[in-house]
Design a protein around this ligand. Structure first.
Ligand code: PAF
Length: 302
């Protein structure tokens, strides 16, 4: 199957506009360019994405630009991390608009490979698994079997190809961020993982590529998720159990929502916290189903 980008370039009257953003489809051309960067002793910042770029991604690019000599982003919708094939099929694909956004934010290069380039032996044949203990069993891990192993496979492959000095990840996917930090430590990869605070719409909704899939009514109601998280920190609650049942009621009373989970977890180990007065640094994490779309969010709890 021809890469969408090639079709775009063939049909584009404005292909000269792509001059300032280097676009690579293959591992070899990406590595050749990055090797030439490294020989000039320049630092490399990396922003891995699945495309459908929004302001949250742009915050990552901006931060990476401020901390590195060059910044490379990747756009690759990784089939291995989708446990639900329908979710993969409807995942928004907006490459032409993404390219324009990357250019606006002066991103230096984009690596956007095909599935065949990343998984030449077929994506089901990878035998890389990481023992993440409970990190990939709780919350998202419990509801999306195999998801985090799929994330680890692709992020490791991308890190091996790009070999960045710094890699940037949003805190909206807090469990993913924790798992990637753990993987880098376990595999002793010389990469600094930089967490970036969640970017929010003006009404508080966490920015996500999936937000465009919401109907107008669902979108209007979606800020309730963040409001509920904020109110869960209310000091008058006397126990974690009380908070959990209050959150469940708040979310499920909205006709558009179904709570998938709400957990207060240790920020480092992701182990559930059972007492509010604990001194442990903790996060409140939530996943809500809006029809068939899943939205996740989290806040610092303690
Ligand atoms: O967060 C994402 O967009 C993806 O999980 C990532 C890290 C690019 C891996 O496919």
């Amino acid at each position: 199957m021809e890469h969408l980008l090639l079709t775009l370039l063939k049909n584009s009257k404005n292909s000269h506009l792509l001059a300032f953003l280097r676009i690579f489809l293959t591992i070899q051309e990406t590595q050749e360019w990055l090797n030439s960067i490294r020989t000039q002793d320049k630092s490399i910042g990396f922003v891995p994405t699945m495309g459908a770029l929004h302001q949250g991604h742009m915050t990552l690019i901006k931060k990476a630009k401020s901390e590195n000599n060059i910044v490379i982003a990747s756009i690759f919708v990784n089939p291995l991390q989708f446990n639900d094939k329908k979710d993969l099929e409807r995942y928004p694909k907006t490459l032409p608009a993404d390219i324009e956004k990357l250019k606006t934010f002066n991103c230096d290069a984009l690596f956007t490979p095909t599935v065949e380039e990343m998984y030449p032996d077929g994506n089901e044949k990878t035998n890389f698994t990481l023992d993440l203990g409970m990190l990939d069993k709780v919350m998202e891990g419990a509801h999306r079997p195999g998801h985090f192993q799929g994330v680890c496979v692709i992020v490791k492959k991308l890190f091996d190809i790009i070999q960045p000095n710094n890699a940037y990840f949003g805190e909206k996917d807090f469990q993913q961020l924790t798992i990637i930090k753990t993987m880098v430590k376990m595999l002793k990869m010389p990469i600094n993982i930089v967490p970036i605070e969640t970017t929010r719409e003006s009404d508080g909704l966490a920015m996500s590529s999936r937000n465009v899939l919401l109907s107008a009514e669902e979108r209007k109601n979606a800020p309730v998720i963040y409001q509920t998280l904020l109110e869960s920190r209310n000091t008058s609650f006397i126990s974690v159990e009380e908070i959990k049942s209050w959150v469940e009621k708040q979310i499920n009373k909205n006709p558009y929502f179904k709570l998938e989970y709400f957990e207060i977890v240790d920020s480092n180990t992701l182990a559930p916290i059972h007492t509010i007065k604990s001194n442990t640094k903790s996060r409140a994490c939530i996943a809500v189903k809006v029809n068939s779309i899943r939205l996740i969010d989290n806040i610092v709890f303690n």
